[in-house]
Design a protein around this ligand. Structure first.
Ligand SMILES: Cc1cc2nc3c(=O)[nH]c(=O)nc-3n(C[C@H](O)[C@H](O)[C@H](O)COP(=O)(O)OP(=O)(O)OC[C@H]3O[C@@H](n4cnc5c(N)ncnc54)[C@H](O)[C@@H]3O)c2cc1C
Length: 151
């Protein structure tokens, strides 16, 4: 029995609805098993596309670029960390990412991922596609509400 109940069951990664035979291969990193899969995948690749330039996406981009990977950071917003930083600071931050070797692609949202030999091709509603050996999604989490809904 209890008088108050706190549900703190965590959250699951949000998944983009994507077309293409590479869509199911997109990795999210939200627990240790995810991280083990990610580390294994990194041993086989040189370039990484990250969907989402929030805290997690930017942190992974920075770490991966520092480790020598070619990094594409993709976000529909015009600046990284757009929900946390005002635009002017976001622009400075975007330049800092660029100085660190990260290719930031603002104003873009992928809608299709296809396998292409050893890598993936990310396609958008307009503009040039981007090729990468690994695609990581960091577009946020959805709270696990099923227990609360069922209660
Ligand atoms: C790569 C990465 C880096 C991060 N870096 C930072 C950082 O630098 N700083 C920071 O502050 N945060 C960071 N975070 C976020 C931080 O990990 C989360 O905000 C935090 O773990 C959320 O805590 P939580 O207790 O809500 O959920 P969780 O830590 O996910 O815990 C939920 C728990 O509930 C359990 N559970 C699920 N269903 C049930 C059920 N039916 N009954 C009972 N238990 C259940 C789960 O097994 C789990 O143990 C990071 C996250 C990631 C993925």
């Amino acid at each position: 029995g209890y008088s108050r109940l706190v549900l703190a069951t965590g959250a699951d990664p949000r998944r983009l609805r994507l077309e293409g035979d590479g869509a199911a291969d997109v990795l999210s990193i939200n627990d240790l098993d995810d991280y083990a899969r990610f580390r294994l995948a990194l041993t086989r690749c040189r370039s990484v596309a990250i969907l989402g330039a929030g805290l997690i996406g930017c942190e992974f981009a920075n770490d991966l670029a520092a480790a020598g990977y070619a990094v594409h950071l993709i976000d529909p917003a015009q600046t990284p960390l757009n929900r946390l930083l005002p635009e002017q600071i976001g622009e400075i931050f975007a330049r800092a990412l660029g100085n660190g070797g990260i290719r930031f692609h603002p104003g873009r949202s992928v809608n299709r991922i296809d396998r292409s030999s050893d890598s993936y091709r990310l396609s958008f509603s307009e503009g040039e596609p981007i090729d990468a050996d690994l695609v990581v999604s960091a577009i946020g989490l959805a709270p696990r509400t099923s227990l609360a809904a069922a209660a």
